[in-house]
Design a protein around this ligand. Structure first.
Ligand SMILES: Cc1cc2nc3c(=O)[nH]c(=O)nc-3n(C[C@H](O)[C@H](O)[C@H](O)COP(=O)(O)O)c2cc1C
Length: 352
């Protein structure tokens, strides 16, 4: 059985904890652990389903915004119904061409990007990109960014009650556009933008937090207080690379967003800190390349993960991460992913 896709209702969305759903684990992922390599023997496949912010997902592996295009680019590699959820590139009020090239620089253990939110804009998204997702059983979360509270609210309204939209991820953390970080680095502005969106839509609202702050728990708390249903973290970390031959920054705009394995320990630490601070379900992002990487995030308190940069190296990365998660659970005798969540947290969680 595959879960019925939530068709953008969400009217009863309050704050919800993650729960194991009755959804069956994906059957599309690559390898299974052979029975002989399983530690405590378990004949049944573990339950991978999670429900986050009221959205039932058949497993906790999602794709990260900006690293999975509009989904269709990946259909020749695997069945997108295998994923827990799909998050598309940030959508803005109007189409954007993005920043001038070069927009990507390779770095040790990661990459710097300065794409600049290139996207087709909300009208073209709704008309040309969204219909494809209606053919999937995998829920779609639409990631949005506005230049003002009004734009965030308008975008949210445009997505509300639209068939095929299960929730909204708020990009308040883009380091590559003017003002892109403003909302996500000031707790008062975070509160205002989340509240504005909360009031504008009945859909689940998931702010995506920036790591470019002194204390991410302050921002997380502001988002929770304003009515967020879950939190995604982290976006990229502002970084820079200089060409020693030309003695100029490698990116035209000088700085970019660092992603990939290099940022994973920072992301895990931030999830761990936020999990001790707010009660909301967390979606962990940052340098996840394998199933074990994802497990680290679950142990730190995330209820789901997103795979980003890894998909550039291997278009099958997200389903391989999923297969790795399932293999870990089987190997260690867990019958579901949910018992792992927050296991590495101190026994007494500080809550809001
Ligand atoms: C090329 C590129 C484009 C991205 N574009 C977006 C975007 O449009 N919106 C957004 O919220 N995050 C964007 N991100 C951030 C990712 O979604 C993710 O938060 C970040 O890369 C960390 O995860 P990773 O290390 O697995 O890539 C982008 C990342 C990369 C590498």
């Amino acid at each position: 059985m595959t879960p019925k896709k939530k068709k953008g209702s969400g009217k009863d969305q309050g704050r919800r904890r993650t729960s194991a759903s009755s959804a069956e684990p994906s059957s599309v992922v690559g390898h299974r652990t052979s029975a002989s390599s399983v530690e405590p023997s378990s004949s049944k496949r573990p339950k991978l389903g999670v429900t986050i912010a009221g959205i039932a997902m058949k497993n906790p592996v999602m794709t990260a915004s900006g690293t999975f295009g509009y989904g269709t680019e990946f259909t020749r590699f695997f069945d997108l119904n295998a994923l827990g959820a799909i998050i598309v590139k940030t959508v803005t009020m109007h189409s954007r061409q993005g920043n001038p090239p070069p927009r990507i620089v390779e770095t040790p253990g990661g990459m710097l990007n300065s794409i600049g939110l290139q996207n087709v804009g909300i009208d073209a998204f709704l008309r040309h990109k969204l219909p494809f997702f209606r053919s999937l059983t995998t829920p779609l979360l639409v990631n949005i960014a506005g230049k003002s509270l009004e734009e965030f609210a308008t975008l949210s309204k445009r997505l509300t009650d639209v068939e095929g939209v299960a929730g909204i991820e708020l990009n308040i953390s883009c380091p590559n556009v003017a003002g892109g970080l403003d909302f996500g680095t000031d707790p008062a502005l975070t509160y205002e933008v989340v509240r504005a969106v909360r009031q504008a839509t009945s859909l689940p609202v998931i702010p995506k937090l920036s790591p470019n702050v002194a204390d991410i728990t302050v921002i997380a708390r502001a988002a929770a207080d304003a009515g967020a249903d879950a939190l995604s973290l982290i976006n990229t970390i502002v970084g820079m690379a200089i060409d020693v031959r030309t003695r100029r920054p490698k990116l035209p705009g000088a700085t970019g967003g660092l992603s990939g394995p290099a940022i994973r320990p920072i992301a895990v630490r931030m999830v761990w800190e936020v999990a001790r601070t707010v009660k909301l379900p967390l979606i962990g992002i940052g340098g996840i390349m394998t199933g074990d990487d994802a497990i680290e995030f679950f142990l730190a308190g995330a209820s789901a993960v997103q795979v980003g940069t890894a998909s550039f190296l291997d278009p099958l990365a997200s389903v391989k991460v999923l297969a790795g998660v399932e293999a870990y659970l089987t190997r260690h005798g867990f019958d579901a992913v949910t018992p792992l969540i927050g296991t590495a947290l101190p026994p007494h969680r500080e809550t809001e």
